[in-house]
Ligand binder design. Structure first.
Ligand code: ADP
Ligand code: ZN
Ligand code: ZN
Length: 703
């Protein structure tokens, strides 16, 4: 019997215990570990690949084996497919199987003993019975929002659904422009899956988007049990929802990236909405990509995986491009038209150099909007239409500055500026959270005249209010939505037409179906064009196209809807592609650049990150690690090891950060090297090169 346990003091290989009878694979047990009793999983014997080979040092002679403490028989075993998924993910992302297996289970499940588990299951069964008696009268609750009628499908939707039905399992990339009705496709595909008696898993990038989607699915499938999994649930809810899925009681599971690991014994379909979204990548612990695991899981289970986006990730686009140009691994589905005759908004590029030449630098400093744009906003307000002004930076100003001595509001703990927030007159570091009241005078020279430099949403909101008297201006960003339920309230106000001009960050740019919005303006988009991160243009393009997608969703207004983009570089190819709503042209040009530079999807990357008290220590550790990689024959394997460098954000909360990139054209070569290399790194972590933390990130999102 093998039991997987979390990583403790090097015990990351399966351990052996005595049991008085055979235990089903995948079942949970309580076992003694040191002086504690912990939960473990009876781990199926390795078939083929070994993710974490048993360490001979922890092999225990049979005579010394300890008996298990108790069996958690009330819970049906996790199935072989689930175990295979965890084993694959652990090997791919270079984690121990036991650690990963147990961290992806609900925390409460790991704490319960057999009796407590029994009680939970009983309560769940009781809740289910109550649900069943309640669900009928619920439909006629007076005052409940009317259930929208099931629409008849558009031509594009019909074509796509027919292809899906005929094509069967496999991975599909649904490239549908904003407003083309992708959700309806998900609903119909799920309907088919449920009709076959199977479970559907629907992944969404952000917890903010779950309530909307949950409501739509719940309305469409009133007799079905729908549960969600995301970080906003209490531990008890999370366990309950997880159990409902595991026991097969839930037909639909909707969730954020963590839901990809849910146990779904009757899985029949996986949908990944907004598949390009970076939040599918876990950024700590096991740094897995839920989208990529969804594809693996679907293939293994022989069920269709539907990846949807208006701006697919370049990886997915490449995979959905037939060979030899792409890999041809996914099939592509297209919905190029919006629902109803509505067109996509007209994109207008405003050349800021010309604006400056005409009106002077002062004018732009006072208000960062071209006069034409301000005029356009005014006209919408007068007509009773809504506008959205996108500025991807919260706070009042990104930095305060003393013009007398040059002092700037740096964070003493990070290599970053502290942002000026006018509402509470604070200077706040967005990286470590360090906050102070704004000083009355310059801390260095005492000059009282310290000024904000640059602009965030708070300041833009204030400036717009001054320029558009009488207009109802609202702001939505991470600062205005901290309190629970406040985002929903603010969005509801926009939907209800109580707002004329909405100022917001990317948070509002995605997913929301604002019916009265006819103008979207991106005030300052350029910075991503010149970022050191090779994915920055891809993300900017997706953000702008998503933002544009908020305009003109109501067919009646689509004709006059516009997206304005202010830029200092109007001739940049990214903007040309945006103006033509030409994702394909953008993807082709980016992929050509990536191919030439040997970047993903034409190469595989892994990033080793290190954090230490000093930058020297972090770099020394990475240099030692690089030497180890070379000793293991990185070069002959075809893995390139780049020199260690300080991270883009070098210091956060007094911790220095550095990183080192590994690249290979061949994934198996990179994986082989990582598997041999990582176990040797603990030994590099000593003396001058002692670091606080190090971690490997396979397929890093940001570098
Ligand atoms: P996307 O996710 O592709 O941006 P949505 O799924 O939000 O688009 O759909 C846009 C709007 O069109 C929604 O309000 C939706 O209810 C509506 N819609 C979708 N399909 C149809 C249809 N076949 N007939 C009428 N309205 C539809
Ligand atoms: Zn000063
Ligand atoms: Zn800080």
């Amino acid at each position: 019997m093998l039991v997987a346990l979390p990583r403790h003091s090097g015990l990351d290989a399966p351990l052996d215990y005595l049991s008085d009878g055979p235990l089903p694979e995948g079942s949970l047990v309580r076992v003694p570990l040191g002086r504690r009793i912990v939960t473990g999983i009876v781990w199926p014997a390795e078939g083929g690949q070994t993710a974490a080979p048993p360490d001979p040092a922890c092999a225990v002679a049979p005579a010394e084996l300890r008996p298990i403490a108790e069996r958690l028989d009330a819970l049906p075993a996790l199935d072989a497919r689930w175990c295979a998924l965890v084993r694959f993910a652990a090997a791919y992302y270079q984690r121990s199987v036991g650690e990963l297996a147990l961290t992806v289970l609900p925390g409460d499940l790991r704490e319960l003993d057999a009796a407590q588990l029994q009680r939970r299951l009983k309560r769940l069964a009781k809740g289910l019975a109550q649900d069943a008696t309640r669900s009928a009268p619920q439909a006629v609750v007076p005052g409940a929002p009317a259930v929208p009628p099931v629409p008849s499908l558009s031509e594009d939707q019909q074509t796509v659904l027919a292809a899906l039905a005929a094509g069967g399992p496999g991975s599909w990339l649904l490239h549908g422009v904003t407003g083309s009705g992708k959700t309806e496709v998900y609903l119909r595909a799920a309907e088919r899956c449920l009709a076959e008696g199977r479970q559907a898993l629907v992944l969404v990038p952000e917890i903010n988007l779950t309530p909307q989607l949950e409501a739509r699915f719940a309305q469409r499938f009133p007799g079905r049990r729908l549960v969600s999994l995301h970080s906003g649930l209490t531990p008890a809810q999370r366990l309950q929802h997880w159990l409902a899925a595991h026991l097969g009681q839930a037909d639909l599971l909707l969730g954020t990236r963590m839901a990809v690991f849910a146990s779904l014994p009757r899985l029949g379909l996986i949908v990944v909405d907004e598949e390009h979204d970076p939040s599918y990548k876990q950024q700590e612990g096991a740094r897995y990509s839920a989208r990529d695991l969804a594809v693996w899981r679907g293939r293994q289970a022989g069920v269709p995986v539907l990846l949807g986006s208006a701006t697919p990730s370049l990886e997915s686009w490449h995979n959905a491009t037939p060979a030899p140009e792409g890999t041809g691994r996914y099939r592509r589905l297209a919905m190029p038209r919006r629902i109803g005759a509505g067109g996509l908004p007209t994109v207008r590029l405003i050349d800021l150099q010309q604006v400056e030449a005409r009106h002077g630098r002062r004018a732009l400093q006072a208000l960062p909007l071209a006069p034409e744009l301000l005029e356009a906003l005014r006209a919408r307000v007068a007509r009773g239409e809504q506008s959205f002004v996108l500025l991807n930076r919260r706070g009042y100003a990104p930095v305060l500055h003393c013009s007398n001595c040059g002092w700037k509001s740096g964070c003493p703990h990070c290599s970053a500026w502290r942002v000026f927030h006018k509402v509470d007159r604070s200077l706040r570091c967005h990286h470590c959270g360090f906050a102070e009241r704004v000083p009355r005078a310059c801390p260095d020279c005492g000059d009282p005249d310290i000024q904000p430099l640059g602009r965030g949403t708070e300041r833009l909101e204030e400036q717009l209010a001054a320029q558009l008297p009488g207009a109802r201006i609202a702001r939505i960003d991470a600062d205005t939505t901290r309190a629970k339920g406040s985002l929903e309230r603010q969005l509801a106000a926009v939907h209800a037409g109580e707002v004329d001009v909405l100022v917001g960050t990317q948070m509002v740019a995605k997913g929301h179906d604002f019916r009265r919005m006819t103008l979207v303006a991106a005030v300052n988009a350029d910075s991503a064009l010149f970022s050191s991160d090779f994915r920055a243009p891809e993300r900017l393009f997706a953000l702008l196209l998503q933002a544009a997608g908020r305009a003109g969703r109501d067919a009646a207004q689509a004709g006059c809807s516009e997206m304005w983009v202010q830029t200092w570089h109007p001739s940049h190819p990214l903007y040309a592609a945006l103006a033509a709503h030409d994702y394909e042209a953008f993807a082709a040009s980016q992929l050509a650049e990536r191919r030439a530079a040997s970047l993903p999807p034409f190469a595989c990357l892994a990033l080793l990150r290190a954090e230490a008290r000093s930058q020297d220590a972090a770099l020394a550790f990475l240099h030692a690690a690089a030497q180890e990689a070379q000793d293991l024959g990185a070069a002959s394997l075809g893995v390139q090891v780049y020199p260690p460098v300080p991270a883009a954000l070098q210091r956060v909360a007094n911790v220095e950060r550095a990183q080192m990139l590994l690249e290979s054209a061949q994934r198996p070569a990179l994986q082989r090297l990582l598997a041999a290399w990582l176990p040797r790194l603990q030994a590099c972590n000593q003396g001058e090169a002692r670091v606080l933390r190090w971690a490997v990130d396979v397929d890093p999102q940001a570098i």
